[in-house]
Design a protein around this ligand. Structure first.
Ligand SMILES: O=C[C@H](O)[C@H](O)[C@H](O)COP(=O)(O)O
Length: 224
């Protein structure tokens, strides 16, 4: 099975949790894309769903598929959000933001009753950190924060798009850092979020309820 087939299998399994009249959070990325297409089919088949997108790209695709989109402030709580991840570990901790959507994704996750993560089997790791952790920062403070992260030994690299700094949907920059040697992720998260100008990190430590992994022989569902 290819990674993309695993992603699709996980996505199709996850949409089974969606019921009529739900408010659904739509994640971002290549795995989430399969899920959004499947949600589009549910809607085409007559299901009444209201969806909140986690990025401009997701919003665009959802609209093309005829999915009803609302802004987060138009609803009280999201019933289910289905999103991808760059890595997950045995404690349901994640690294997200490879595609730069971590800030809105984390806001959605926090405002969701039940968060489902869908992934191909390569995302399953013993310890988070082979994938660099994205940190979203405001442009005004980016250079200073890079320097701070260097002093912390986190080997920061500012994300670029060609010759220009990468910009998120919220017009911020991303700095990718190396956390492979970090054992206490909660302490790291607290330390980073205290720095003025750091808006959010791609560490999702306690929002996930269910992880569905695409696998040869059928999807594996891990419940927290
Ligand atoms: O910013 C992007 C998101 O956090 C994605 O959900 C994450 O990067 C996983 O993306 P993909 O499903 O393309 O591997």
């Amino acid at each position: 099975m290819t990674a993309d087939q695993e992603k699709k299998q996980a996505a199709l399994e996850a949409v089974k949790y969606i019921k009529d009249n739900m408010v659904v959070g739509l994640g971002t990325g290549s795995t989430a894309k399969h899920m959004i297409e499947a949600v589009g089919k549910l809607v085409a088949d007559g299901m009444n769903l209201t969806c909140v997108p986690s990025s401009d790209a997701t919003e665009k695709l959802a609209k093309q598929l005829g999915i009803k989109i609302v802004a987060l402030d138009e609803i009280k709580k999201i019933d289910i959000t289905i999103d991808g991840a760059d890595e997950f570990d045995g404690d349901f901790q994640l690294i997200k933001g490879g595609g730069g959507a971590l800030l809105r994704e984390k806001i959605l996750a926090w405002n969701t009753k039940y968060n489902i993560i869908i992934a191909d089997s390569s995302k399953d790791v013993k310890k988070l950190g082979a994938f660099k952790l994205p940190v979203e920062v405001i442009p005004f403070a980016t250079k200073q924060i890079v320097s701070f992260l260097e002093d912390e030994g986190l080997q920061p690299v500012q994300r670029m798009k060609g010759n220009d700094p990468y910009r998120t949907d919220e017009n911020n920059n991303i700095i990718d850092i190396d956390i492979l040697e970090v054992d206490d992720l909660k302490a790291l998260e607290i330390k980073l979020l205290k720095v003025p100008g750091i808006v959010e990190t791609g560490l999702f430590l306690d929002t996930t309820s269910l992880i569905i992994v695409g696998k040869e022989g059928g999807p594996e569902t891990k419940e927290r």
